[in-house]
Design a protein around this ligand. Structure first.
Ligand code: COS
Length: 389
């Protein structure tokens, strides 16, 4: 078979390379300069929101018919990766906008999409509310209850660890509609922040991603119209898990971007830093460490782009279920992000441990990627089940 550069699987097509360079420029010029301050002051990255909203990179996945760009999953992960390369907190703007709308895009009615998605395309944010205090990895054990009242639904309960929770306008909320039906008794809804009975609670104080507010949400007789249900009653748990099959690669992309950012800082540093009369880069130990970092990053990138492309096709090429590679790419990329950021700190030595360099922030930001959107243990469990199915 002759090599065809147009179908070279291992070289992104031109349009994706152009997309990368466009978002990289915005990230470097408008987001990177504020990343340390955002982290230091635990403040929302307003500059990043403005930059992403004004360039249309806030939610590239929204279909064109709803005012978005209709970009595919591969484009979405490239955007997230490039923002994460300079600021992990800011990368959660496009990542969580996708997470908070994916269930609606996959399973919602045209009317509900038309109500919500143009807002997100225009710059409002969306969050995904699955987790509760007593229902984390065991998401099906949730207690938040939705009861039908005439044409409306009335929701009572609370959610926690909701990324960007205090800044969103729309929330995909999973709640129990039939307590006797197990995971088949859970339904998904779109809740608006102005809905009566909805309230944002306390924010978490975290190790990393400090610019992204992680909030509790309270539903106190929160009344929403009946047409806000996503899909059919009782399908909410499947919609929630199907969403994660599409969005775990986006968390992988966040991890990958953080790792890439730390790697580049380390490469720059070891060429400048001199010890024993030569640049630290001249030592074979340094070169071996850089080589290991690079191998891990490149492998993670291939997995994530493959998982994103699978999501686009709706199936994996070899007939495997989507979730296998989605969970695998997220777990692998987040594990290597942790390793790579720790290596970067080590290469920078004492300076790496200070806040004068970004690698300690990157290490703290990387840690959450092993935990959220399914701990890496849950991701491995999802994979194990599918491998053996
Ligand atoms: N897509 C669609 N449906 C799915 C699915 C998927 N990826 N995975 C499972 N389902 C279906 C199952 O087929 C089952 O339906 P049936 O009863 O009709 O067969 C139903 O959903 C329940 O699945 P399962 O029995 O596997 O549920 P469990 O409670 O045993 O486990 C896990 C589900 C652990 C995989 C799930 O709770 C999970 O992913 N937990 C982590 C949650 C998470 O990622 N939280 C982070 C939130 S974002 S920060």
């Amino acid at each position: 078979m002759a090599f065809n550069p147009d179908f070279d699987l291992f070289q992104l097509p031109e349009e994706y390379r152009e997309l990368r360079s466009a978002i990289r420029q915005i990230a470097e010029e408008q987001i990177a300069p504020h990343a340390a301050d955002v982290d230091e002051n635990e403040r929302f990255p307003e500059e990043a929101l403005e930059a992403l909203n004004s360039s249309g990179f806030n939610a590239v996945h929204i279909p064109e018919e709803f005012g978005g760009q209709g970009a595919d999953s591969l484009a979405a992960v490239i955007v997230i990766e490039e923002v994460a390369r300079v600021c992990g907190s800011s990368s959660l703007i496009p990542a969580v906008n996708k997470l908070g709308t994916m269930g609606l895009i996959l399973q919602g009615s045209q009317e509900l999409k038309a109500k919500v998605l143009p807002d997100i395309a225009a710059g409002a944010m969306a969050s995904y509310a699955l987790t509760e205090r007593e229902a984390g990895s065991d998401a099906g054990a949730m207690k938040t209850r939705a009861v039908r009242d005439g044409d409306d639904w009335v929701i009572n309960g609370s959610k926690c660890f909701i990324t960007n929770g205090s800044r969103s306008t729309w929330y995909t909320v999973m709640a129990v509609t039939d307590p006797d039906a197990g995971s088949h008794g859970i339904s998904a809804f779109m809740v608006h922040r102005d809905d009566p009975g909805f309230r944002v609670g306390a924010l978490e104080h975290k190790l990393g991603i400090k610019g992204s507010p992680t909030a509790e949400l309270y539903f106190e007789d929160c009344r929403i119209p009946g047409d806000r249900m996503i899909g059919e009653e009782g399908t909410g748990f499947k919609t929630a898990l199907q969403t994660l099959d599409h969005t775990r690669p986006t968390i992988g992309a966040q991890a990958l971007g953080i790792a890439q950012g730390a790697f580049e800082v380390a490469v720059g540093y070891v060429k400048e830093r001199r010890q024993f009369g030569r640049p630290v880069a001249a030592f074979q130990n340094t070169q071996f460490t850089l080589a290991d970092m690079k191998m891990k990053i490149d492998a993670a990138r291939l997995m994530i782009y493959t998982a994103a492309s699978n999501a686009e096709r709706g199936v994996a090429e070899n007939g495997e279920k989507l979730g296998l590679m989605a969970a695998g790419s997220k777990a692998f990329a987040s594990d290597i992000a942790m390793e790579v950021t720790l290596d970067a700190i080590q290469l920078l030595g004492g300076y790496g441990y200070t806040r004068d360099f970004p690698v300690e922030r990157m290490m703290r930001d990387a840690k959450i990627t092993q935990i959220y959107e399914g701990t890496n243990q849950i991701c491995r469990m999802v994979m194990g089940r599918q491998i053996l199915a």
